[in-house]
Design a protein around this ligand. Structure first.
Ligand SMILES: [Zn+2]
Length: 322
């Protein structure tokens, strides 16, 4: 594969630059921010300022992890990308069901209907006007990845339907599945479910494991199977220090998994400097964490793998079907 779909069209993989593969740059008002106010990032000008700061410090590509129907701002993302020259890859798929109004289409539609919606967003264009009710308007701006979310309640019938719809859409569009792992959920059970249904480990990115699953042997089990792990408990000192994060990276790399690791910040309003001046900023990986990695003894080549090569690898390896 030579290119990945961004909100401004295909990007040649060599041009992606420094990749942050799970961020939130713009999120409009809705149930998610009623549950948690720091999830509201609705000011397009502020979001643009954040993207410009990232560009200034050497950023290249950001995956916006907000799926359709859940306050995604697909058209704003395209304008921000054009103005900042940061490549933005948008998400289709689904988030935790607690982030949607009751009886939302995401839980009501059939597996086939969900598959059609996700596939359309990947191959034709993302829909706007699908947060409250389903009044789709095709923006012709394509999604480039399938976001899915495993919550504490696990693989209930509605989540099974959603995971299968998302996984089929990802497989058919040849893009990765990027999966939110909630604290208290069972990522191994999810992995087995997807595998039993014929989906390849090399197609999957499990996110947030560094704060959601403290038992590192679970991480290694998934890595052994070929799953990619995206770590983002970086600059999040209520969970652990950056030094602890570096130790986790070192432990996984010593196990031989440096081609399976990705990083990002999973930003919220509280961490974006343009919204919260004393936040870490979306450029924190470049300004702070990468220098800490170098000081800790990681090589530039290893950092290049985590920030670039491995993101391309998950598209390329997921691409070969069995
Ligand atoms: Zn997220």
């Amino acid at each position: 594969m030579k290119s990945i779909m961004s909100v401004c069209g295909p990007v040649v993989t060599d041009d992606l630059g420094f990749c942050q593969c799970h961020e939130h740059l713009a999120v409009s008002k809705g149930v998610s921010c009623e549950k948690n106010p720091v999830l509201l990032m609705e000011d397009e000008e502020k979001s643009l300022q954040e993207a410009l700061r990232l560009k200034e410090h050497g950023g290249g590509t950001v995956v916006d992890a907000q799926p359709g129907g859940c306050n995604r701002m697909e058209e704003a993302l395209q304008r921000i990308s054009k103005a900042s020259h940061i490549h933005i890859i948008a998400s289709t798929g689904f988030h935790k069901l607690c982030f949607y109004p009751r009886n939302h289409w995401v839980s009501e539609k059939t597996l086939e209907e969900l598959y059609q919606i996700f596939s359309h967003e990947l191959s034709e264009g993302m829909y706007s006007s699908i947060d409250d009710g389903f009044h789709p308007r095709d923006t012709k701006i394509r999604a480039g990845i399938v976001k899915m979310a495993l919550d504490k309640e696990g693989l209930t019938p509605v989540y099974r339907k959603l995971f299968l719809a998302g996984a089929y859409a990802a497989r058919d569009a040849e893009v990765p599945m990027m999966i939110h792992i909630e604290k208290g959920s069972d990522p191994i059970a999810l992995f087995r479910f997807l595998r039993e249904n014929g989906f390849r480990a090399e197609h999957m990115i499990f996110c947030h494991m560094d704060r959601a699953v403290l038992d590192l042997s679970v991480h290694r089990k998934l890595l052994e199977e070929g799953v990619f792990l995206e770590y983002d408990t970086i600059g999040r000192f209520q969970y652990h220090s950056d030094e602890r994060e570096l130790e986790i990276f070192r432990y996984m790399m010593d196990g031989g998994y440096e081609e399976r690791l990705l990083f990002s910040l999973d930003t919220t309003r509280a961490r974006l400097k343009s919204y919260t001046p004393d936040g870490i900023g979306i450029d924190y990986l470049l300004t702070d964490f990468v220098p800490k990695m170098l000081a800790f003894g990681f090589t530039k080549e290893q950092i290049h793998k985590i920030s670039h090569d491995n993101f391309i690898r998950v598209y390329e390896e997921g691409y070969c079907q069995t």
